[in-house]
Design a protein around this ligand. Structure first.
Ligand code: BGC
Length: 763
């Protein structure tokens, strides 16, 4: 098909025709028509705009189900749930004629300050990759393409269209690319969206290394690369790098640039052909998907034919997802679940005007929105009162004058709390404080909310806090409040899900996908965020999130992976087997409490004697298991050998170190219940030696290592040397081979060194 297109048509095809659509090419001669397709945000619901279009959520979009944003859905650690949410979003997309949903977003939460963290899944690449793969598979199971975004190292909003993420090879591969690699290989997304930022000086959208060498050649990605909106500065460079589709329209400017670049020889026409071909392939996929997806819908959800029934089913799914996403951080004295007959004071404006999604391109127009106050009033059997407690910025709580002054609101709330059995206080970040486009400057909740909480606690110590926010907030009150439910942003059904959790109709089971630090100054990127003059240095290297807090042995407010339940789980009989494929783990988990619940079983690995810097532990597998009260289940987890590898900067490749690897399983990164270790064979690494290689390098080499060792042993045994072979080695190991002239009676001299080097040269 590409061969039958003119240069102009190819230039049209690789550039957005409107804000959301690709160009259609009319039928000509024997060449068939190429229809246009529509793309739309994502990622936690559909943002399909009919009238005015924008990429910042400023203009209205058609109503769609608002599922919990990634910050919450990720916390469910539930692949099946993510798959079902993805499928539901895709069904709504297809009903609106949308062929590609722009999500999921899986950038690593490098700093809690990133304004867009609510759209991302985790500080950990395994969680990000697994959950993004499940969402992608769900979306694509309904014949709609997904778009993994934003590729890559897009971890802040400050200066986002220019800033260079200056990051070393190991963190780039092990932290920032690893989740993408996983999702690309597992879920085969139809598209990947290139990010706005630069990586080590080169724009992600014009980065041949990233888009072609890593994505297509290393990872075998066969889909299409679409730019983030307005990310492309030099269209010819971007095409040459492998960026297939530029979005949105540039009003013909890009097409002109492409034509001139081909005619002047700056751009090879074959590069344009490759991109045009991938655009055509995506269009064909979308057309085929529209048919296949309709069938999948009919099979998967009988309700989908009827829009109202489908909206109802999707709302129920949004409620289930929200209930599985919230994280119970603390529950002293089993304050929760609330007794149905308790009198409850619901306090905080967020209970009435919920914050359920973040601002920017992912902001969708929900079909309906539930608030927690009404939902609580509906399920509670005892009396329920309400006090707003604080006013949201720019809004009067109720219009009554005494209520708008903070002291009056506090007093009213304290009064409500003192006359109820339990107070439930809804605190959170006002919508204005976090969004796409800018980062936060601090982690604090508004001071008046903290003062309100103090007043309520003084009036009634039986107080539970429910939090609504997209990015992590500091919890200076954590030790003073008996119960905290972190509800993040729960989507349109967050209200009823919260009531379900508070009264125990649902048992909390979400887990933290990011550490809650004690203070901003403790966070890994604190000294290097958000950078300056167009550069941000990723100085913390691989020590991101819990990897940092664990390596530095720091106290945190709540650790990665943490989350309580209304029941308890015990772990027993950890068995680990190692073979060529990796590790097979088996552990028995028992629900020892009195109600059914879900446990997220987490497996961490470490390599204490590693030759490279490593965090004390890294998450390598997780499983979500539902257990009835008293029930036991053997849970199996597997860790592919590749996942135990680190990026070896000398090899420019992954390598698994041999020797002892420790495996621990448990309920969070700091609640590990069982531990064992296994011996793994080493990946054979035989780097050629040079004069700059040290004796230590030569010892690590499979050919020269044994030779040197036996020579030194002979020398140490035979003669006058005061040192043992080991002692000699310890002193000499950093000596470059090229500078060895003679070493006592060790037998190592310049000639021997040259012989060793020669032995390691590849043919
Ligand atoms: C965002 C993308 C989004 C696009 C289209 C950009 O501002 O970074 O995530 O998909 O707009 O709305």
């Amino acid at each position: 098909m590409v061969a039958g297109l003119s240069l102009e048509q190819k230039a049209d095809l690789v550039t957005g025709d409107t804000f959301w659509t690709t160009a259609g090419i009319p039928r000509s001669g024997r060449a068939p028509e190429i229809p246009s397709i529509m793309l739309a945000d994502g990622p936690h619901g559909l943002r399909r705009q009919v009238a005015a279009a924008d990429h910042l959520g400023l203009e209205q979009s058609v109503p769609a189900t608002c599922f919990p944003p990634a910050v919450a859905l990720g916390s469910a650690f539930d692949r099946d749930l993510a798959h079902r949410v993805g499928a539901a979003i895709a069904s709504e997309a297809r009903a609106e004629g949308v062929g590609v949903v722009l999500g999921p977003g899986l950038n690593i939460k490098r700093s809690p300050l990133c304004g867009r963290n609510f759209e991302y899944l985790s500080e950990d690449p395994l969680v990000s990759g697994e959950m993004a793969a499940a969402l992608t598979q769900g979306i694509q199971s309904r014949g709609v393409g997904a778009s993994l975004k934003h590729f890559a190292a897009n971890n802040q909003e400050h200066d986002r269209m220019r800033s260079s993420s200056d990051v070393d090879a190991r963190p780039l591969r092990e932290i920032y690319l690893r989740g993408f690699e996983r999702a690309v290989k597992q879920a085969r997304p139809w598209t990947v969206m290139s990010a706005y930022n630069r990586i080590n000086g080169v724009s992600a959208s014009e980065n041949r290394w990233l888009l072609t060498e890593v994505l297509r050649e290393d990872w075998s990605f066969e889909g299409l690369v679409v730019s983030d909106w307005f990310a492309v500065a030099d269209r010819a460079q971007a095409l040459q790098a492998g960026l297939d589709l530029e979005m949105p329209t540039t009003g013909g400017v890009s097409q002109q640039h492409v034509l001139e670049a081909v005619r002047s020889g700056e751009l090879e026409e074959t590069a344009l052909d490759d991109c045009a071909e991938r655009v055509i392939r995506l269009i064909q996929q979308v057309l085929r998907g529209a048919e296949a997806g309709a069938e999948a819908d009919d099979a998967g959800s009988p309700a989908s034919a009827d829009a109202a029934a489908s909206a109802g089913a999707h709302h129920e799914l949004a409620r289930e997802a929200a209930a599985r996403s919230a994280v119970l951080l603390k529950n002293e004295g089993q304050l929760l679940p609330l007794h149905p007959q308790s009198s409850v004071a619901v306090i905080g404006e967020f209970a009435r005007r919920p914050r359920f999604q973040g601002a920017g391109s992912s902001q969708i127009n929900p079909i309906r929105v539930e608030d927690a106050y009404s939902a609580i009033a509906e399920v509670a059997e005892g009396p329920v009162s309400f006090a707003p407690g604080f006013a949201l910025p720019g809004e009067e709580p109720d219009g009554s004058p005494e209520e708008s002054d903070p002291a009056g609101l506090r007093e009213e709330a304290a009064e409500a709390a003192s006359s109820a059995d339990v107070a439930v206080v809804f605190l959170g970040l006002p919508a204005e404080e976090e969004s796409e486009g800018f980062d936060r400057a601090h982690l604090d909740l508004p001071a008046e909310q903290l003062e309100l909480l103090d007043a309520v606690l003084a009036a009634n110590p039986s107080t539970a806090v429910v939090l609504s926010h997209g990015g992590v907030v500091a919890l200076p009150f954590a030790h003073r409040v008996p119960a905290i439910l972190d509800a993040w942003l729960l989507g349109q059904a967050g209200g009823s899900a919260t009531a379900d959790l508070l009264f125990g109709a649902a048992n909390p089971s979400g887990r933290l996908t990011e550490t809650i630090p004690l203070r901003l100054a403790d966070t890994p990127a604190y000294l290097d965020f958000p950078g300056e003059h167009g550069h941000v240095r990723y100085g913390e290297g691989i020590f991101v999130g819990y990897r940092w807090y664990d390596a530095r042995q720091m106290e945190v407010a709540f650790p990665f992976g943490h989350g309580l339940s209304y029941t308890q789980f015990e772990y027993a009989d950890l068995q680990v087997e190692a073979d060529d494929a990796g590790l097979q783990l088996r552990v028995t988990v028992t629900n020892t409490g009195e109600r059914s619940g879900r446990e997220v079983v987490q497996a961490y690995a470490s390599r204490p004697e590693s030759s490279v810097a490593r965090p004390p532990r890294e998450l390598k597998a997780f499983a979500s298991v539902e257990l009835a009260a008293g029930e036991s289940q053997a849970v199996e987890l597997s860790v592919p050998r590749q996942d135990l590898a680190h990026w070896d900067i000398r090899l420019e490749d992954w390598a698994v170190e041999g020797g002892r690897h420790v495996v621990a399983v448990g309920a969070s990164s700091r609640d590990l219940r069982l531990e064992t270790s296994v011996e793994l064979p080493e990946d054979e690494i035989a780097l050629p030696l040079s004069e700059e290689s040290t004796l230590d390098d030569a010892l690590a080499h499979p050919v020269t290592g044994p030779m040197i060792r036996s020579q030194l042993e002979q020398a140490a045994g035979a003669d006058t040397s005061v040192f043992s072979a080991e002692g000699t080695l310890r002193m000499m190991k950093s000596f470059p081979l090229g500078r060895i002239s003679s070493f006592g009676n060790s037998g190592l001299d310049a000639q021997k060194a040259q012989e060793l080097i020669a032995l390691t040269q590849k043919d």
